[in-house]
Write a protein that binds this ligand. Structure first.
Ligand SMILES: [Fe+2]
Ligand SMILES: [Fe+2]
Length: 270
């Protein structure tokens, strides 16, 4: 979850009040605001959502574009030094050392998929569906599928790629309602772009439609800070379904190795 800096400063009484706060007071205030945002996401009723124009008006009010990956931006203060990656990094190493901003969300989604009796392909898709947002957020379904395609079952890559388009189209028969979170993020009058609509129509008729649909159904739209899921719960699924390259992710010469290296070394200047 990201908090707009200006909104945050205004919420504590403006920049003068903010300047007088100690670091721990700032941290507490930030936690309180994040908690409030969690509650809003789950309880917000219609009529209070921004419009597309409201959201576009925010573009020039911050130093960072919305589509930038989490690992490149600090959520509070400055970015921190990252722990070095092992010589031959595994998926588990990336979860522990690089997927800090997305892991809780995907673990909760995969936990829900497992509880709902989803196939291992779908459970794995839920576990991986948003972690590419550490690298880049815009078009994250396509980026995510590309990142994982060499290492996961075809159905899993299909599910990751197309969950992004399907999330804009409700399917009550399969347990998916359009989430309020998207009215908040995209605007209440948002209409998906033509390429998203065309993708939705294609996937809706596809024999594997339920693969990405089940990712959206098991996705968590109101993050629950009380629920904590450990990666250990999914080590068997990863072991059976994820083809870990022996050279390590980033060093196996695959067409996506550079994407893994970029996650390993986001401080490299070029
Ligand atoms: Fe997603
Ligand atoms: Fe998600």
């Amino acid at each position: 979850m990201s908090i707009d800096r200006r909104t945050f400063i205004a919420s504590v009484g403006g920049s003068a009040a903010f300047a007088l706060m100690t670091p721990s007071e700032k941290a507490d205030a930030l936690e309180a605001q994040m908690q409030q945002r969690l509650n809003e996401a789950s309880t917000q009723t219609s009529g209070k959502f921004p419009t597309v124009a409201d959201i576009e008006a925010q573009i020039e009010k911050g130093p960072v574009r919305s589509g930038v990956g989490n690992i490149f931006v600090a959520r509070r203060g400055n970015v921190q030094r990252l722990a070095p990656m092992p010589e031959k990094p595994s998926l588990v190493d990336f979860f522990k050392l690089r997927f800090m901003a997305t892991s809780n969300h995907v673990l909760q989604s995969a936990n829900r998929a497992m509880k709902n009796g989803m196939s291992e392909e779908i459970t794995l898709a839920c576990l991986l569906h948003d972690v590419v947002q550490e690298l880049i957020k815009v078009d994250h379904g396509w980026w995510g599928a590309q990142l994982f395609e060499p290492y996961v079952p075809e159905k899993t890559a299909f599910a990751i790629r197309y969950h992004q388009a399907l999330r804009f189209y409700s399917d009550p028969a399969n347990g998916y309602e359009y989430p309020d979170m998207y009215r908040r993020i995209f605007g209440e009058d948002y209409k998906p772009e033509p390429y998203i609509e065309a993708t939705y129509r294609m996937v809706r008729r596809h024999k594997w439609y339920l693969e990405p649909r089940m990712v959206t159904t098991n996705d968590l739209y109101a993050f629950d800070p009380q629920v904590h899921v450990e990666l250990e719960q999914f080590l068997d699924v990863i072991g059976r379904r994820f083809k870990q390259p022996k050279e390590g992710l980033g060093f196996d010469g695959s067409p996506v190795a550079h994407m893994w290296r970029s996650l390993s070394r986001p401080d490299a200047p070029l």
